[in-house]
Design a protein around this ligand. Structure first.
Ligand code: NAD
Length: 490
């Protein structure tokens, strides 16, 4: 059965029990990928199901031309899709989500997207545009004004193509019309994601009109948030299995783990949905939670993926179920990440870390090692290098985090330990691989890329363990390197 409004009552899976025709959009979301549909849209769907927040429906927006695929599916399915939670025992929990009520593709009609965001009914513009989508320099953290797409958006009379161009134009129109600005709510995995969004949007606006920039920094709220739910990319097998198990033909379902968490700073210009009623932790200060999540979960993903890939693993749960790798991750978390964390209210860190290994070990989710290995040059500087820098500043060594960096450098050579080519997915892939391939003769070459690593190469307390790990990876391989670092697991 094809998934559409008029087929919902024929389906054998849970579907929206609320009247979707009565739901209006209060949120515009840019970057409707797997994660948004497994997380924020699911929380709003819970609210709608409980009979509240009917004016907080979501209008999805795609900014990239490649989002045309999502647009086609959304049009065909009245924006409905199936969310499947996959438990470790192989059982699945499906539900059709109805909270996205509209979808616009900016490259098709930028004016419609801008006017939608300028509409007073829209009170939140939320984002999951990936770490790279914020356009900041990896080392300086400043807005990268040299990006050609940004430059194009800054030309007088240009039709906006980037998130920055679109959102700032909408804010300018609201200001001109005397409408209170919407809140910009980042839900990407970036430390201080609200602060970063604030700095980037304001920096773009300043290049366009300093007065507008002043108004944005004074009047727009950019709450920080910590978001968590492991959501792998949807596969054709997922589509086929959903059709087989439930007789639902869904062009783009979402699959994810059962665990979900959202900690959100309570700072909004025009209110927000009552998210605390559906499990969101609404708090005054998100920072302890986000540091915990980025340095334990996201950095551990980095600790797992390159070593795991080099050792021949292709699925995340296989790596996490290997006692040697689990030992390495727990040691990294205990010895190097935890000392950099502030106490996190209400969280037992020890239990959290063991739960992470269990979540990574979930064989139902079938997350891929390759997904975690992608866009490393956006991720290592945000998730792993801060741990190294903070430990160095506090006079503590961080051999395990340094070894994670070495595992990336070895992976970037783009040939695995079996001699098979690796497809490196990174916007810097070409230059990274070219540099990595010189490091057998010049072992510091990779970390001498100051645009990625800053001045770490000048710090012997980093380069010593880094060089030792890289040399061991070259001579003895991934498993032997891990064994040397953490010993044989019991
Ligand atoms: P996805 O590939 O399914 O979707 C990515 C979305 O981001 C697409 O809609 C794409 O158009 C958009 N996008 C990418 N670059 C952009 C740019 N420069 N400008 C505007 N839009 C852009 O990925 P996903 O799994 O939905 O993850 C997206 C982000 O969500 C991650 O990068 C991360 O910050 C956050 N997140 C993901 C997970 C997860 O497990 N997948 C967990 C927590 C947080």
């Amino acid at each position: 059965t094809p998934l559409r409004t008029d087929t919902l009552d024929q389906l054998d899976v849970p579907v929206p029990g609320y009247d979707r025709s009565a739901v209006t959009a209060g949120i515009v979301h840019i970057g409707v990928g797997g994660f948004h549909r497994a997380h924020q849209a699911m929380y709003v769907d819970r609210l709608l199901e409980s009979g509240t927040a009917t004016d907080w429906g979501i209008c999805g927006v795609g900014v990239l031309p490649s989002d045309a695929r999502m647009k086609a599916v959304m049009d065909e399915q009245d924006c409905l899709y199936t969310l499947v939670l996959k438990a470790p025992d192989g059982s699945w929990e499906p539900r059709v989500i109805g909270s996205i009520v509209e979808y616009l593709l900016a490259p098709d009609d930028p004016e419609a997207v801008i006017e939608k965001m300028a509409d007073p009914a829209i009170r939140i513009v939320s984002l999951t545009v990936t770490e790279g989508g914020y356009n900041f320099h990896a080392v300086t953290g400043e807005f990268d004004a040299d990006n050609p797409a940004v430059q194009a958006d800054l030309q007088p009379g240009a039709t906006p193509r980037t998130t920055f161009g679109l959102v700032v134009e909408a804010l300018a129109r609201r200001r001109a019309r005397g409408i209170t600005p919407f809140t910009v709510m980042s839900c990407d995995n970036i430390q201080g994601n609200g602060h970063v969004a604030q700095r980037m949007f304001t920096a773009f606006a300043r290049l366009r009109d300093p007065e507008l920039a002043g108004w944005i920094s004074a009047e727009v709220a950019f709450p920080n948030s910590m978001v968590d739910r492991i959501t792998p990319a949807t596969t054709d097998e997922d589509r086929a299995e959903i059709a087989r198990r439930y007789d639902v033909q869904d062009g783009w379902p979402v699959v994810c783990e059962p665990f979900t968490q959202w900690v959100l700073e309570d700072r909004f210009t025009l209110g927000r949905p009552p998210l605390e009623d559906v499990g969101v932790q609404v708090v005054a200060d998100v920072e302890p939670y986000e540091l915990m999540k980025l340095r334990l979960l996201n950095a551990s993903h980095q600790g797992l993926c390159y070593f795991g890939y080099l050792a021949g693993y292709r699925l995340v749960h296989e790596v996490a179920q290997d006692p040697l790798f689990a030992r390495f991750l727990l040691d990294y978390m205990d010895r190097e990440a935890t000392p950099t964390l502030a106490p996190v209210p209400g969280i037992d860190l020890d239990a959290y870390k063991h739960q992470l290994i269990e979540r990574f070990s979930n064989a139902g989710v079938r997350d891929t090692v390759a997904r975690l290995c992608a866009e490393s040059s956006d991720r290592i500087p945000k998730w792993v290098l801060p741990v190294i820098r903070e430990n160095l500043a506090a006079g503590r060594p961080s051999p395990l985090a340094s070894a994670i960096v070495a595992s990336w450098a070895r992976y970037a050579e783009a040939v695995d330990e079996q001699g098979e080519p690796i497809t490196v997915v990174d916007r810097l892939a070409e230059s990274l691989t070219a540099v990595a391939r010189t490091q057998r003769d010049d072992p510091l070459a990779f970390v001498r890329q100051r645009a990625v690593f800053g001045d770490l190469v000048d710090e012997p307390r980093f380069t010593e363990p880094y060089l030792a790990a890289l040399d061991s990876l070259h001579r003895a391989g991934s498993r032997a390197t891990l064994t040397a670092l953490v010993g044989q697991p019991a």
